[in-house]
Ligand binder design. Structure first.
Ligand code: FES
Length: 378
């Protein structure tokens, strides 16, 4: 039996003012609770990825982690019913002469029940086969009553060209056919709360963005993204997807882990009104951030200008323009050629130094969970 290590946490009267608080004693963080006239102390580091339990909230007798809402009993550290074996360390507490003491020699130690890995959480290994091109159509429409989309039509032409003229395997994902939640800002709680696979994807089996992650990270060599111009920007679905891809970029900044390696991105942008270059610039900026490279002339676009409100003519123009459809096929060809070059060279940088960005020093921490929480294992 290890020896007790008692520490004075402070006056009982002060500590009993808050139902739950995170208290650090040296490098050990504890979640101290006060409920029904009783103190409880358990580790302040969640079993999942180290969320600060003491900064969560009490629900009945359970501390709810502020990051992804795992629950642990506020006095025993056991997981919620059904997950009792998944426990965080618990600590004995004692009141003496109006002061509260905690024994940092754990009464019960941490136990992590193995959780099934999410299917996306596997090494990124390119399976043999021809160049693979993923099309992502981001236009918003009602799939039950589809309309003609100029950006999607050109994407279809590009994919057809990639397959027929370049022997590529192709796949098209229409975001308007997927039900997925917007990013809920885990990154804003803590960079380490934003996980790969995405926290939402792991927690919500009904969320369908998994198909995009699977296609981009594990399948494609090249991605062609199409968007209409909406008020001078890419479509709202494009941004909804991109926000959810913060988890991909975050792996680079936090762990030097590059999920999109040697992949090509190219873009198709159409609009009845203008702002093509700004939309292209934003899209290229994002896909560069997640690690993609671009072929020469990485986007094609069509716009009839700011005063063109007669949208029917715009549709008729794109439907009838051989030149535009030829440009889409050529874009696909450039993307495939670039993907072949990358596949042949398989460039693999060891470190991506991004000093000054999100606190990354270009090294992968041994244990992000513990580093985030700054605690010792109990
Ligand atoms: S639930 Fe606690 S870190 Fe995810």
């Amino acid at each position: 039996m290890s020896e007790a290590r008692w520490y004075d946490l402070g006056p009982v009267e002060d500590l009993a003012r808050r139902p739950l608080q995170q208290i650090a004693v040296g490098r050990t963080k504890t979640a101290l609770s006060w409920k029904d006239g009783q103190f409880g102390a358990v580790s302040g580091a969640c079993n999942h990825v180290g969320g600060p339990l003491g900064e969560g909230k009490l629900e009945g007798d359970y501390v709810v982690c502020p990051w992804h809402h795992w629950k642990f009993h506020c006095r025993t550290g056991e997981g919620e019913p059904g997950f009792e074996d998944d426990r965080v360390p618990s600590y004995e507490v004692r009141e003496r002469n109006g002061r509260l003491y905690v024994n940092l020699e754990p009464a019960a130690r941490r136990n992590k029940k193995p959780h099934a890995h999410h299917p996306l959480d596997r090494p990124v290994e390119r399976a043999p086969g021809p160049v693979r091109v993923l099309g992502l159509s981001t236009t918003v429409m009602d799939p039950a009553y589809p309309r003609y989309s100029t950006s999607e039509a050109l994407l279809e032409t590009a994919l057809e060209g990639a397959a027929r003229e370049h022997g590529a395997e192709t796949k098209c994902i229409r975001l308007s056919h997927l039900k997925f939640r917007p990013c809920e800002g885990y990154y804003s709680k803590s960079a380490h709360a934003c996980t790969w696979p995405c926290s939402i994807t792991q927690m919500d089996p009904t969320d369908e963005l998994e198909e995009v992650y699977e296609g981009l990270v594990h399948w494609a060599d090249a991605v062609l993204v199409s968007t209409p111009i909406r008020w001078g920007s890419a479509s709202s679905l494009y941004y909804k997807m991109v926000e959810r891809m913060n988890c991909v970029q975050n792996q680079v900044t936090l762990r030097n882990r590059i999920l999109l390696r040697n992949k090509v991105a190219a873009f198709i942008i159409t609009g009845g009104q203008d702002n093509v270059q700004a939309v292209a610039g934003q899209m290229m900026g994002f896909f560069a951030e997640v690690g993609c490279v671009f072929p020469q002339f990485p986007y094609i676009a069509h716009s009839r200008g700011w005063t063109a409100e007669d949208m029917e003519r715009n549709v008729a123009f794109v439907q009838g323009s051989q030149a535009l459809h030829e440009a889409a096929r050529e874009l696909a060809g450039r993307a495939v050629d670039m993907a072949k070059i990358l596949l042949a060279t398989a460039y693999e940088p060891e470190h991506i130094a991004r000093a000054g960005r999100k606190g990354c020093q270009g090294t992968a921490p041994e244990s992000p969970a513990m580093m985030a929480a700054g605690v010792e294992e109990g």
